[in-house]
Design a protein around this ligand. Structure first.
Ligand SMILES: O=C(O)CCC(=O)C(=O)O
Ligand SMILES: [Fe+2]
Length: 344
């Protein structure tokens, strides 16, 4: 059941994209240089490594929860499938989502547990989960969600100040006591027999829908497309470092100052490709009633960014967070595929 502990290293002949390393302890201490580094990462690529976040032990237990869940019989997992109607919480079977516009199927399976369900447990906020999830809701999932939500809140408060918003503006849009699409996700990607083709993504190119993602992985496979380039580049997993990235909601709230960058998952490179790839994410997403639009009236910096943008359609969307996520999740499903899979 346990996930392999001795894994081959990330090959050193594969080009990677270096990310800035941000020290969470220094952020907590209000270190100005570290805050400046975070701002640089958030406004350039929207991705960075985070060390000293203190969530590693919870992450390991979440991987055990994921392994226990994926080991259930397929029919049992399918009782909790997320379905085709724009609900993200629950189990997602391999092949349920498309990875490109030609309809290639994804190979990842995952279990998504809602923040609201974990915090309300044993009451149900949104839905039921497999027994393996229920068994770990109180001692594994809720603590992981609380801690990662707190890490994301600390980061968000810093970005809030840098954007010139009144104190607590972004926090108010991500209250723990309003229902939201925030969720923990454990992903399993099987090794691909017959070799590795980078061209067939395991998880298609996308930007994250929400505000801030706290991601942990052990094997390579995550890639980013750096703006202004046309080549996908690997992000190398570093022990003890999470990868954080901003999602579309933060891009919109900030009038495009904060970046939500394209990424995808391909089979791990080199010898790592023979192993199952597991990853674990926590997604902070805005409360269901929050309207996704640039907060121009709250900050002159954001107002200026919107005023100088070429296309402001996204900044004036009248979608609530709830509508926005339902549409994005629905559009990914193989069954709902029309012309495009990955566009906003
Ligand atoms: O598995 C990974 O490394 C990334 C997963 C991801 O991008 C997602 O679930 O949104
Ligand atoms: Fe993602």
């Amino acid at each position: 059941m346990a996930i392999q502990t001795s894994l081959p290293p990330f090959p050193d002949n594969v080009p990677t994209h270096p990310l800035l390393v941000i020290d969470y302890n220094l952020l907590l201490a209000g270190d100005e240089e570290e805050i400046a580094q975070l701002w640089k990462a958030a406004t350039a690529l929207g991705f960075w490594y985070l060390k000293n976040h203190g969530v590693d032990e919870d992450v390991n237990q979440m991987f055990d929860m994921g392994a226990e869940t994926m080991a259930l019989p397929f029919d049992e997992k399918m009782k909790f499938e997320q379905g085709d109607d724009g609900v993200s919480f629950g189990y997602k079977a391999p092949g349920a989502n498309a990875t490109d516009e030609t309809g290639s199927l994804d190979t990842v399976e995952f279990i998504n547990v809602s923040q609201d369900d974990a915090l309300a447990w044993p009451r149900q906020a949104h839905r039921e989960y497999p027994s393996t999830v229920n068994a770990r809701m109180e001692h594994t999932i809720a603590p992981f969600i609380r801690k990662s939500a707190e890490v994301n809140r600390v980061i968000m408060d810093i970005l809030n100040a840098k954007l010139g918003f009144p104190e607590g503006t972004l926090a108010e849009l991500h209250r723990l006591d309003e229902y939201s699409g925030s969720e923990a996700r454990c992903i399993k990607n099987p090794p691909r027999p017959g070799g590795i083709s980078e061209e067939k993504a395991a998880l298609g190119a996308h930007t994250d829908f929400g505000s801030l993602t706290f991601l942990n992985n052990r094997l390579g496979g995550l890639q980013v497309m750096v703006p202004g380039t046309v080549k996908w580049q690997y992000i190398k997993p570093l022990p003890g470092h999470a990868v954080c990235n901003l999602g579309d909601a933060m891009y919109i709230f900030s009038g495009g100052i904060l970046k939500s960058n394209m990424h995808r998952v391909v089979p791990p490179p080199g010898a790592q490709g023979h192993f199952e790839r597991w990853s674990l994410a926590f997604f902070t997403r805005p409360g269901e009633s929050v309207v996704l639009r640039a907060l121009e009236e709250k900050s002159s910096i954001v107002a200026e960014a919107v005023a100088s943008a070429d296309d402001t359609t996204l900044f004036h969307s009248n979608s609530t967070s709830k509508e926005w996520f339902a549409r994005r999740i629905k559009n990914q499903r193989t069954k709902n595929q029309k012309a495009s899979c990955c566009s906003l």
